[in-house]
Design a protein around this ligand. Structure first.
Ligand code: NAD
Ligand code: TDX
Length: 328
């Protein structure tokens, strides 16, 4: 059965990969709403318009009047990706993070409350759980929320609002929390595409602090598959963690990419640490594996080779994304 889906933030990295996944594997009707901020790139979605199942609206989700435009119909599911997503920007100025991540999520919850949507999936992050020490067990869904930077605090705020709307109004809402994604169409301000672009153009690669912070890397296609399983089979009121089972230090990520590109470690430049830099994230995905039968299918080495290849072929895309963000 085809579903009527409302995707927020579908011009960004994960949202555009998710729509690509849907167009390839399903016949669902898709409405994509995105404010096209510096991170929302029209190039990411330009091929979608050929599908009769797809429509796009330039809408800021935190503005209720704008949001009303797409409620000319009701939806089976909202899949909510739209967010300000870059930690370093949130440390410089958190205002947009509060407006989009908290007020925007609240505006969408209002639409669910009005009965315009049958289910909502809130795409969240492992960062809401805070930071782990080296020997700590990975985050489960029961870990307390202890965000350490304005970005993760705004996402945790949104998650708590979502939780409260489930508890208070019994709305059919689900939260997913994933680890760091990588793959095609990721904004080049983020770590992996930044390393690749700097290596390709022989620019210094800034490595924060001692380079030993650990992230768990999840290929975006594995993530999209997990989200769709949650859309179809997830239970209201539940949280599902989604991890790549692939923890690496930042310095090792850089070394892997430099090695694959045949570049030297002289490109690495140690720079002052990010303020409040979380030391380690690790996700326990037992629940989604057991309950929905999902598991990651992409090995880091294979996923990274494909990813590097994509950025080599799309250097113009990287430069246009940097130009849109005044970074070039
Ligand atoms: P992104 O920054 O690439 O894309 C965000 C999209 O949201 C952009 O297209 C932007 O234009 C849009 N947007 C921003 N403000 C908006 C507003 N007010 N109204 C409408 N649209 C708006 O982000 P991403 O990396 O694709 O992340 C997507 C979601 O996944 C976010 O909610 C993020 O918190 C979460 N997440 C991302 C990662 C990751 O590694 N990238 C990991 C965990 C969770
Ligand atoms: O230039 C850099 N140098 C560097 O050492 C950048 C951009 C990052 N880093 C480090 C900081 C982190 O330890 O690399 C790691 C990854 O950094 P980001 O790509 O900024 O990701 P992170 O802060 O881990 O957050 C990401 O994963 C969780 C996403 O951006 C979030 O949206 C998501 O919620």
């Amino acid at each position: 059965m085809s579903l009527d889906l409302l995707i927020t933030g579908g011009a960004g990295f994960i949202g555009s990969n998710f729509i690509r996944y849907l167009l390839k594997h399903t016949t669902n009707r898709i409405t994509n709403i995105d404010a096209l901020t510096y991170a929302g790139n029209p190039d990411n979605i330009k091929n979608f318009t050929t599908s009769e199942n797809y429509r796009f609206f330039k809408i800021d989700i935190s503005q209720t009047e704008e949001l009303n435009q797409v409620f000319d119909r009701s939806y089976d599911v909202i899949i909510h990706f739209a967010a300000e997503s870059h930690v370093d920007r949130s440390i410089k100025n958190a205002k947009a993070f509060i407006e989009t991540n908290i007020n925007g999520t609240h505006a969408l919850l209002g639409k669910v409350l009005e009965g315009k949507v049958r289910k909502m999936v809130q795409i969240s992050t492992d960062e809401v759980y805070g930071s782990l020490k080296k020997m700590d067990a990975a985050f489960t869904e029961y870990h307390c929320l202890s965000p350490n930077n304005p970005y993760s605090a705004s996402k945790a705020g949104a998650d708590l609002l979502v939780r409260s709307f489930f508890q208070t109004y019994k709305l059919p809402i689900i939260i997913t929390r994933c680890s760091n994604n990588y793959g095609p169409y990721q904004h080049p301000e983020k770590f992996i595409p930044k390393i690749i672009y700097h290596a390709l153009t022989n620019k210094k690669i800034p490595l924060y602090g001692d380079g030993l912070n650990i992230r768990d890397w999840l290929h975006v296609e594995d993530h999209c598959r997990a989200i769709y399983m949650v859309v179809k089979h997830g239970q209201a009121g539940e949280v599902y963690n989604i991890g790549g089972n692939n923890e690496m230090t930042n310095i090792d990520v850089i070394r892997t990419i430099l090695h694959d590109l045949g570049k030297g470690e002289n490109l690495i430049s140690y720079v002052p640490d990010r303020k409040g830099h979380d030391r380690r994230y690790a996700i326990d995905s037992t629940k989604i594996k057991k309950e929905l039968g999902w598991q990651p299918a992409t090995s880091f080495s294979e996923g990274m080779k494909q990813t590097i290849d994509w950025y080599i072929k799309n250097e113009k895309w990287i430069e246009s994304a940097l130009r849109r963000s005044d970074l070039l």
